[in-house]
Design a protein around this ligand. Structure first.
Ligand code: NIG
Ligand code: FE
Length: 404
């Protein structure tokens, strides 16, 4: 096994137990054994026997090193775009108006169904490349624009293929309960039956790591969502939820009862919902891109979440309707300006807490025993990652121990 030494760097380890903000280690050394981190700390404390075993040495040139970024909530695989709906909304139509008029998710479903697997992969690859260029090493991708077995399968297969072909770990989420497709119009409960029929089939093909739903008045009720969660639990799959985005539907409490790994959006989250999430250990996934793009004004209760100790992750929500965004770094900035997170909370939101939102304990911080996924940045201090708008100071990405 190769043992590699990285030196001449500052490491923002994001270790929660580390006394310095960001878990910062100045003049650090980092030792990798194969795909894992073997040691990290101040260079002067590097054990001599470990140093002697290093077969490769890298000079980081004074770069800042952070954990690889984790985008824990995306709908990256879809066909077409919704620029026309953007125009309609700017003329006064609301996101819900557009959805009720048969646009919205339904229009992307049409374009996604029409695309072949190859076309879908080509269109999605551009978005993936933009995320990778900013240091993303783990990415969640949801289905939910197929809404029929063959098309949900196609989207999940594309998601898996992207992960196999590129230096990124892709986690897939089945979001069959994203919207009621046109062929089930007025028969939402029948469509939920169909979702429950699809799930074990797709899971048996190795295409599903978690299950999500959209609990909202334009999508599925709490009772319908619960049936999907029951089906997920029967297969031993973790659940998460698009909750309280446009209204308080009590989704967070429901998700918490099912031990949800995360509840996402949460603009309308109630105190009861926040308390239930805290008790269940669910991560709050903040999606400032959707908040901004839909010109929302209702702010989620960040202070309350902080007081309750609910971990906050941040994600792009990359999707054609509410957040056509492929910059996780921009989301750091927007989480600070719009939601008043500190830059340190924002960075934890795309590393340590994003890992937790995916139920992953082998990444998200730089520590011995964890995956060697990290990024070298041309910045002096980690706050600069959240501070700059539209900058990309990434120098290099290391994925599974190797420079990409
Ligand atoms: O996360 N809210 C539901 N789903 C997506 C948007 C889907 C769409 O408009 O295409 C979201 O905001
Ligand atoms: Fe979403």
């Amino acid at each position: 096994m190769t043992v590699q030494l990285w030196r001449n760097c500052r490491v923002a380890s994001l270790q929660p137990s580390h006394p310095a903000p960001y878990g910062l280690i100045d003049d650090a050394a980092l030792v990798l054994e194969g795909e894992y981190i073997a040691w990290v700390g101040p260079r002067g404390e590097l054990p001599a026997d470990l140093a002697a075993r290093c077969t490769r040495e890298h000079d980081a040139g004074g770069a800042l090193i952070t954990p690889g970024l984790i985008d824990c909530h995306t709908h990256l695989v879809y066909g077409g775009d919704r620029a026309h709906e953007f125009e309609l909304r700017l003329q006064g139509a609301s996101y819900e108006d557009v959805a009720r008029a048969g646009g919205g998710i339904a229009s992307t479903v049409k374009a996604t169904r029409a695309a072949s697997e190859d076309e879908l992969q080509t269109q999605s690859l551009r978005r993936l490349q933009a995320l990778l260029a900013e240091g993303v090493t783990t990415l969640e991708i949801k289905s939910g624009y197929g809404l029929a077995l063959a098309h949900e399968r196609k989207a999940l297969r594309v998601a898996r293929a992207l992960g196999h072909l590129h230096p990124v770990d892709v986690r897939t989420t089945f979001l069959g309960a994203h919207a009621v497709p046109p062929e089930f119009a007025g028969r939402a409960d029948d469509y939920v039956d169909e979702v429950i029929r699809m799930l074990p089939l797709l899971h048996a093909e190795g295409l599903v790591d978690a299950v999500d739903a959209f609990c909202e008045r334009i999508a599925f009720s709490a009772a319908q969502t619960e049936r999907v969660f029951e089906a997920a639990h029967a297969l031993g799959l973790p659940v998460k939820l698009h909750a309280e985005q446009l209204s308080d539907s009590g989704g967070a409490q429901l998700a918490a009862r099912y031990g949800a790994i995360s509840c996402d959006h949460l603009e309308w989250l109630s105190e009861e919902g926040a308390a239930a999430m805290a008790a269940a250990g669910s991560v709050a996934v903040l999606l400032p891109g959707a908040f901004y793009f839909l010109r929302e004004t209702k702010l989620l209760p960040v202070t309350l979440l902080r007081e309750l100790g609910v971990p906050m992750a941040i994600s792009t929500d990359c999707n054609p309707g509410s957040s056509p965004c492929t910059s996780l770094l921009l989301m750091l900035n927007m989480a600070c300006t719009l939601f008043r997170l500190t830059p340190e909370e924002a960075l934890a939101g795309v590393t340590r807490h994003a890992a937790k939102a995916l139920g992953l304990s082998d990444r998200g911080i730089i520590a011995a025993g964890l995956r060697a996924d990290f990024v070298l940045w041309d910045v002096a201090h980690p706050a600069q990652l959240a501070y700059a708008m539209g900058a990309n100071p990434r120098l290099q990405t290391v994925f599974e121990g190797e420079v990409v």
